[in-house]
Design a protein around this ligand. Structure first.
Ligand code: FAD
Length: 384
């Protein structure tokens, strides 16, 4: 059976591995390079669930499972740093920590004097460390997956944008690329992130209105090292995360959301960047606040906003797999992970959906980190 996967993000790559292991003939079509979408531009945090206990408790246990799954398959990609530090007002932190206790998320209280190297006014906030939340170098994860896929003879076509999903008599028969070249397939998986809505529109899917992509603008501070992720629990304050190569990614929590589609003008929003800059300079001290060398980039988060799970900000960070039989097209599936963290769950569930089975195997089948050269297939991280 031939499978075409549209999109070489974390979901496309993990899905390819699972389906190849079932003996299917898998080809990935990636419009640019693997990881060009959200999967290399995020903050690399494998969420422990701590961010979601209040507004999205339905994903907490999956986040907890994801910690050990990433550890098992991608230990080499883990960034060695101190536990993530959450900061915020007394009331924010106390409502968070009491919900953490319900979910047995381990944390410790941190004194203001212990964080004075990071913060300009350490006494203004309360601080807690989450002990089991990990930070990963997402390019090392993508590199390992691509390398493993190549060694299994999965075909990865980069610079290969899919323009159309071919359907005949209610069944998917393949995909057509932007150069007009056809590729036959019995199963097509749409794992195209920002591209999802456009492809779903082309098959007149009833799911279209629920697929939303939000633009985030991010800053990268160069040549500054940071020994931990620092997470804001207050809106319009910054979350900062170190990367594997002595840079810091800065994102404002609760920044204004701009809804975008493929084809919309995508750009860094200057206003948001100014706000982000101000917010980190007001809160942080030392090299972080005084950094004179920064770059910016944009990144898009795509979610399926099912009515019952969506919160008041129109966010559903959970994963969704859509079987397009409901649209009158069999053999076509769309996978939206919501979070990098949930990629194991999203792709295991996808596999179960395709094969009509109930038993999802969460661990990846026989993933091996090897040394196949992948450099031409993977996007450069936006800050390098
Ligand atoms: C600023 C930011 C920070 C984040 N931080 C975190 C975090 O710390 N932890 C976490 O768990 N999650 C985080 N996320 C969310 C996470 O990054 C995404 O949920 C996840 O990476 C999505 O993976 P994906 O494979 O679905 O999509 P993508 O990685 O976007 O992959 C889709 C791919 O499809 C390709 N494509 C699109 N259209 C076509 C087409 N027509 N033909 C062929 N290819 C196509 C694209 O080029 C792209 O490579 C963050 C997101 C953002 C925006």
């Amino acid at each position: 059976m031939k499978v075409a996967i549209i999109g070489g993000g974390i979901v496309g790559l993990m899905a390819a591995l699972r389906l190849n292991n079932k003996g299917l003939d898998v080809t990935i079509f990636e419009a640019k390079k693997c990881g060009s979408g959200a999967s290399l531009k995020n903050q690399g945090m494998i969420h422990s669930g701590s961010m979601y206990t209040r507004y999205h408790p339905e994903i907490v246990s999956m986040c907890q499972e994801a910690q050990s799954l990433f550890e098992e398959s991608f230990a080499h990609a883990k960034i060695d740093c101190k536990p993530n530090l959450y900061y915020g007002s007394r009331s924010d932190i106390s409502s968070l920590t009491s919900s953490w206790e319900n979910y047995m998320i381990p944390y410790t209280q941190v004194c203001a004097s212990d964080v004075q190297d990071y913060f300009l006014h350490p006494k203004e906030n309360v601080y807690v460390e989450v002990l089991n939340e990990s930070l990963y170098s997402t390019d090392r994860i993508m590199g390992a997956l691509v390398s493993d896929l190549l060694s299994r003879d999965v075909k990865i076509r980069v610079d290969s944008r899919i323009a159309q999903i071919d359907v005949k008599h209610g069944k998917v028969v393949g995909v057509l690329d932007a150069n007009g070249q056809n590729f036959e397939a019995d199963v097509v998986i749409n794992a195209s992130g920002l591209g999802t809505k456009k492809l779903l529109t082309s098959i007149k899917s009833s799911y279209v209105d629920y697929v939303l992509s939000r633009l985030s603008t991010c800053l990268v501070l160069n040549n500054v090292s940071l020994d931990r992720v620092i997470v804001s629990t207050a809106f319009r304050r910054c979350t900062i995360a170190p990367t594997a190569d002595s840079k810091i990614i800065v994102i404002m929590y609760g920044a204004k959301q701009h809804w975008v589609d493929e084809g919309s003008p995508l750009a860094v929003v200057e206003q948001e960047l100014d706000g982000t800059r101000k917010a980190y300079q007001e809160v942080f001290s030392g090299d972080i606040a005084n950094n004179s060398y920064e770059e910016n980039y944009w990144c898009v988060k795509t979610e399926f906003t099912k009515k019952e799970k969506v919160d008041k900000w129109m966010v559903d960070p959970g994963f969704s797999n859509l079987d397009h039989s409901i649209d009158g097209v069999s053999g076509l599936f769309t996978c939206i992970p919501g979070k990098y963290t949930l990629a194991f769950h999203a792709t295991a569930n996808l596999e179960a959906l395709i094969f009509g089975s109930k038993n999802e195997q969460l661990p990846l089948p026989g993933m091996q980190v090897n040394s196949v050269e992948t450099i031409d297939l993977i996007a450069k991280t936006p800050w390098s």
